[in-house]
Design a protein around this ligand. Structure first.
Ligand code: NI
Length: 181
């Protein structure tokens, strides 16, 4: 009888330690986090927000705005690099707060530095995305060299920090007339 055959087969096998549903939700959490880095659903997509900034406005602080686009870009890059390296490297040393998280000047030294910063930001965002998608990464375990942080918390911190400053970035672009919906 087909039924009993099935039963005996199941018995012979070692029962799975993890039921299907949690495995699926683990994957779902990873995919939601990865998606959050690229395109926060409620806000502008990340890449277009940072791309195509005219050279002549990169170091300009519009009236009432506390930061130039260069300052915001570098702040985004440095903070993200710090969160990424803290999450994956026990020997990582964070910069001094707050001076180490902002560039020294309003304007980039040259065009190359702007491109370098932008590429580093995109590369490191992708590195964090890969870390979160990696099944070997435990999202919920306390980071051994931390003070209670988990990768999940770092991922949410990163998405939140990026969204906040990318929002500022878009406002500054808008004030400088360099934003197209
Ligand atoms: Ni910040």
């Amino acid at each position: 009888m087909a039924h009993s055959k099935k039963k005996s087969k199941t018995k012979a096998k070692k029962p799975a330690a993890v039921p299907k549903a949690p495995a699926n939700s683990d994957r779902a959490v990873r995919q939601e986090l990865a998606a959050l880095f690229e395109k926060s659903h409620a806000h502008v997509s990340l890449k277009p927000a940072l791309a195509g900034v005219p050279v002549e406005i990169r170091g300009v602080k519009p009236a009432g705005a506390p930061h130039s686009l260069w300052q915001l870009l570098e702040h985004l890059r440095i903070a993200q690099w710090d969160i990424l390296e803290f999450s994956r490297d026990s020997k990582h040393v964070s910069p001094d707060w707050p001076s180490g998280y902002w560039p020294a000047t309003d304007a980039p030294p040259n065009e190359r530095e702007w491109e370098k910063s932008l590429h580093a930001f995109e590369h490191e965002l992708n590195e964090f995305r890969k870390l979160v998608l990696d099944q070997k990464t435990d999202l919920f375990a306390k980071i051994p060299h931390g003070t209670g942080q988990t990768i999940l918390r770092e991922a949410l911190l990163l998405a939140d920090h990026n969204a906040y400053h990318i929002g500022q970035f878009v406002i500054v672009r808008r004030l400088l007339g360099a934003w197209h919906e």
